[in-house]
Ligand binder design. Structure first.
Ligand SMILES: Cc1ncc(COP(=O)(O)O)c(C=O)c1O
Length: 366
């Protein structure tokens, strides 16, 4: 699904020199590379403030705390996402309530969100925030979801772990809503050589609180609140800076592969449907098929890897047993769980490898 070796070749020269520079200066934590990366990420995403942190899960929980969510509050999240979206809520003592997704985009459905908020309010609960996800690199419906949040006075956060590089109407993922968190896990569009994450916001207050929480609650030399240790290593920042330098070239290639997939697989599987005005980063290329498991077997027999993510969405996982869901249930989430299949989509695929994936899908008769 990924070829880290080929990417490494593209990163040299420069990668080893960047790592060696950190070994030489020895400021492994909070070194100059971290500030440099934060500035570069702010410029790239088009946001005023970037706070680097240890991983994407931390980014989400720190942002929740930074917008004032605490124990007992309800946070509305999709169930069709990586478990970390809901985990971040539970880890700060809040309650995740699961919302359905739109059938076309796999992203949070504004109607289901409105119903879930009404349900929680009617039961005397305290809504604290909404956390939508840019699932599979497609931007969430920021306008519709943002309108629901505004109507209820709720902070609107985005889990942008899967969408760094995606644009909507010319603006980059990370620059929408009140704040967004992303992940630099190796398989992400901007992946490091280990764990890492970042928080993006236009709001100086959110940025300041996030920075304090991520660094043991330290403000002006004192521990003003109970924080945590969520710092990005200088070494990781150096690697990410090098990766950011070739990121746009990688995006061009990812997008051309996605265009070839769409042209070559149309009619055979249900293709991803990016919202009007969006240009996804295609860190994931997810199709749907009623015969998903047979398709995956057919592909594997032809040396084409694939992954059926979220076969058991979060609300069906033992760790979240008994969690509340939107009143209409999560029918579209279930459709995706039964039919989605993620195909290889990385910028170092050769044209022959792309053709091999398309031919294998075309040759499926299930
Ligand atoms: C949607 C989503 N949210 C959150 C995360 C968590 O990121 P991390 O693994 O860096 O903690 C991931 C990826 O792992 C993800 O895909």
């Amino acid at each position: 699904m990924l070829d880290i070796g080929r990417q490494r070749d593209a990163l040299e020269p420069g990668l080893t020199a960047a790592v060696t520079a950190v070994l030489d200066h020895g400021r492994f934590v909070n070194g100059p590379e971290v500030q440099e990366l934060e500035a570069a990420l702010s410029a790239y995403a088009g946001v005023a403030h970037t706070v680097a942190c240890a991983n994407g899960t931390d980014a989400l929980q720190i942002l929740l705390r930074a917008v004032g969510v605490g124990p007992g509050d309800v946070v509305f999240v999709p169930s069709l996402t990586y478990v970390a979206t809901a985990e971040a809520v539970a880890l700060i003592g809040a309650e995740p309530v699961f919302v359905d997704v739109d059938l076309a985009t796999a992203n949070m459905d504004a109607g289901s969100l409105a119903e879930a908020i009404a349900m929680v309010k009617a039961a005397g609960g305290k809504p604290g925030a909404v956390m939508a996800v840019d699932l599979f690199s497609l931007p969430a419906d920021y306008a519709a979801l943002g309108a629901v949040c505004a109507q209820h006075g709720l902070p609107f956060l985005i889990d942008a772990a899967q969408s760094f590089g995606t644009t909507l109407d010319g603006k980059r993922a990370g620059s929408f809503a009140d704040a967004a968190g992303t992940s630099f896990y190796p398989s992400k569009s901007l992946g490091g050589y280990g764990d890492g994450g970042a928080m993006f916001t236009a709001d100086p207050g959110i940025a300041e609180r996030a920075r304090i929480i991520a660094n043991h609650g330290v403000s002006e030399g004192r521990h003003t609140m109970v924080g945590t240790n969520s710092r990005l290593d200088s070494m990781q920042a150096a690697i990410l800076l090098r990766k950011l330098a070739i990121f746009d070239d990688e995006l061009v290639r990812r997008r051309s592969i996605a265009a070839r997939y769409a042209a070559g697989m149309a009619g055979k599987v249900t293709l991803p449907a990016p919202p009007e005005g969006s240009d996804p980063c295609w860190a994931y290329y997810v199709v749907r098929s009623e015969a998903r498991d047979a398709l995956a077997e057919h592909l594997a027999a032809r040396d084409v890897p694939s992954v059926a993510y979220y076969k058991e969405p979060i609300h069906r996982q033992p760790a979240f047993a008994g969690a509340r869901t939107a009143p209409g249930g999560l029918p579209n989430t279930e459709v995706y769980a039964d039919t989605l299949l993620c195909l290889p989509s990385h910028p170092y695929m050769t044209d022959d490898e792309v053709a091999q994936v398309i031919d294998a899908v075309q040759g499926f008769s299930g």
